[in-house]
Design a protein around this ligand. Structure first.
Ligand code: FES
Ligand SMILES: [Fe+2]
Length: 351
């Protein structure tokens, strides 16, 4: 089950280099080639399948703005039209599918549905890797698992205490399974907010206590945008356990992550983390934090892939026991289900 009319993250902007080779990846089962024009570095995206013998165009080469298949040499323009075929005097009247593509906040976004429905206002704001005031480090991994298990994981962070005991649990200084997030649904997103009162200062050794505010949006079709901040003890109570506004925190962390289904059984995960504060040591600590994040996501992957293998062997009629922690994952699954159903109904009515 995939939503088609939405923006998926193809990868980081830096993954596709101007003057370099095209890059081929699969999103929701669709092979897609992305390249940059030689002259201005603009992005283009097309189906990664030459109409001749179905060689991947991503194994081809960029010529100016165009892309040439390096099997038998067919060349295609950025509008998808065939421009040239060796031995033929005029290019045949055929085209390849072109995908809407946008570059924003250091991500390459691809619209996988009907091109005329592509709506850039649906791309959520992230942080990007280029803001000197909010330095971030980025990476990507892949899971042998369906994307919805990764959505579940990100919509219920109570697992941090167990899966990430010595990584994110320690690094955050908070006990995640002991505080309930406030969950609110929006049109195409779910928001999670919570205070950790009297948490350890990250690192856990100084004995210093802080109040930590964590808020994140999980946006269709799988974009995770988080802001965390640590304040002097008592701040949560002074704010009435609401969002702290206009108060300068000790430190802030920001996270941007994207879950991109490759197909039903495999999923790409593009993530970045940032640690922001007024001390120079914090900047140095960013590399250390990235190490923790990479280790933590390897822990998630081990658990989720193992979970997927059990799901594969389990009849869907076998019920799963519902816990209060499942509220976020449940709401996200319902939201995706509704959007996919609406999309299918609209398609069947020819809308
Ligand atoms: S497969 Fe591309 S030109 Fe033959
Ligand atoms: Fe996790």
């Amino acid at each position: 089950m995939f939503l088609r009319n939405c923006w998926y993250v193809f990868g980081w902007s830096r993954d596709v280099v101007a003057g370099g080779k095209p890059v081929g990846r699969v999103i929701i089962g669709q092979p897609i080639a992305v390249w940059r024009s030689d002259a201005d570095g603009r992005l283009h995206a097309a189906e990664d399948r030459c109409p001749h013998r179905h060689a991947p165009l991503s194994a081809g080469q960029v010529e100016g703005e165009a892309i040439r298949c390096l099997y038998h040499g067919m060349k295609f323009g950025t509008d998808g039209r065939c421009l040239h075929v060796p031995l033929l005097e005029t290019a045949p009247d055929i085209s390849i599918r072109i995908y809407p593509v946008v570059e924003k906040d250091s991500w390459i976004w691809i619209w996988t549905g009907d091109a005329d429905k592509a709506d850039e206002s649906l791309i959520p704001d992230a942080f990007g890797l280029d803001n000197p005031d909010e330095p971030m480090q980025a990476n990507s991994i892949e899971y042998d698992a369906n994307y919805q298990l990764i959505h579940d994981n990100l919509c219920d962070l109570s697992h941090v205490d167990f899966v990430h005991e010595s990584t994110l649990r320690l690094a955050s200084g908070a006990w995640w399974a002991q505080s309930k997030p406030r969950i609110t649904t929006r049109d195409r997103a779910i928001r999670f907010e919570r205070w950790f009162v009297n948490a350890d200062l990250p690192g856990g050794q100084s004995g210093e206590k802080v109040d930590t505010w964590i808020a994140y949006d999980f946006v269709v079709p799988g974009i995770f945008i988080m802001r965390g901040a640590r304040y002097p003890e008592g701040t949560a109570a002074r704010c009435g356990m609401q969002e702290p506004v206009g108060i300068e925190p000790h430190t802030r962390n920001i996270e941007q992550q994207a879950v991109t289904p490759i197909d039903e059984a495999r999923t790409a995960y593009h993530f970045a983390t940032g640690l922001i504060g007024n001390t120079p040591e914090l900047t140095q600590k960013l590399a250390q934090r990235m190490g923790v994040v990479i280790a933590a996501f390897a822990e998630d992957r081990t658990m989720i892939e193992a979970q997927q293998r059990i799901w594969n062997r389990t009849d869907p009629s076998v019920e799963k026991y519902f816990l209060p922690q499942d509220k976020g994952p449940h709401l996200m699954r319902k939201l995706m289900e509704r959007l996919v159903r609406e999309e299918r109904e609209a398609a069947s009515q020819g809308a």
